[in-house]
Design a protein around this ligand. Structure first.
Ligand code: IPE
Ligand code: IPE
Ligand code: MG
Length: 253
């Protein structure tokens, strides 16, 4: 008999929001004597599969780390190829996402992108803005520290204008200005590729997220890999500072 913990149909054991660092594309390609960009292309299939899994299971929010603020340090050729892959993906995938009820959002400092890319991002967001089955956030030129800094600047402006009293700066006030402020915080964080670090992803938002690391390289991450991550999540007790007994009592109340 399946235990309660492994019952993935039990919605209280499913994360509402999953955030993923899709890592290992370069090593996947290297193992096959292919150029790194071939790994990034192969990783697109894992993106499609993960989006499908979320839609099938009714997981409402998925955030994917596509390009970090530190990834500009890579060779110009790889950065350029990643940008054109991003552009092609926007062109090729947006209609499909729209038909499947996916709302697409791009989170990050978009001002560094070409005008053309910024325009395509705006078009894709406008087209899909009323969809409600899944919110898919692509973190691009995103950094957790950048996010906190830009929120702090907005708060500082409000103080400067006399609209906000410094004593009224609360966690909620800062949270309100972060890029994902309208979404629930991630319940489950997944990082593929074997590294066990956050790499300046959602620093504020991951405060109470369950962390899951796997050695699988992102292009190898398929529906069964996704299920393994969900099983691990379902087996955990989220205490948020309380005792295990308090959490059990609340569940049985
Ligand atoms: C993640 O894969 C994708 C991006 C950072 C864009 P990597 O390109 O970091 O792959 P590895 O870590 O070199 O294998
Ligand atoms: C993190 O991966 C960023 C993305 C997946 C987009 P990296 O592969 O760039 O991370 P580090 O630099 O090795 O930590
Ligand atoms: Mg990497």
């Amino acid at each position: 008999m399946a235990t309660q913990d492994s019952n993935l149909t039990s919605s209280d054991k499913l994360p509402c929001h999953i955030a993923i660092i899709m890592d290992g594309n370069g090593r996947w390609a290297k193992k096959r004597f292919l150029p790194r960009i071939a790994g990034h292309r192969a990783g697109m299939e894992s993106v499609r599969s993960t989006v499908r899994c979320c839609l099938e299971k009714g997981i409402k929010t998925l955030t994917l780390f596509a390009f970090s603020s530190e990834n500009w340090r890579r060779p110009a050729e790889e950065v350029n190829l990643l940008m054109s892959l991003f552009m092609t993906a926007l062109d090729k995938e947006v209609l499909k996402l729209h038909k499947n009820g996916v709302q697409l959002k791009i989170a990050g400092d978009l001002s560094a992108f070409s005008e053309e890319l910024q325009q395509r991002i705006a078009n894709a967001e406008a087209l899909t803005k009323d969809n409600i089955d899944l919110t898919l956030i692509i973190a691009a030129n995103y950094g957790g520290r950048w996010d906190i800094v830009q929120a702090t600047q907005k708060v500082a402006h409000l103080v400067g204008q006399g609209v906000l009293n410094p004593d009224a700066i609360t966690e909620e006030e800062i949270h309100r200005h972060l890029v994902l402020s309208d979404l629930p915080e991630p319940d489950l964080f997944i990082r593929t590729g074997g590294e066990q670090r956050i790499s300046n992803f959602l620093l504020w938002q991951l405060a109470y997220t369950e962390l899951y690391f796997t050695d699988e390289l992102w292009p190898d991450f398929d529906a069964s890999s996704f299920d393994n991550a969900l099983l691990s999540f379902a087996s955990r007790q989220r205490r948020f500072g309380r005792t295990g007994e308090q959490v059990e009592d609340k569940k049985n109340a």
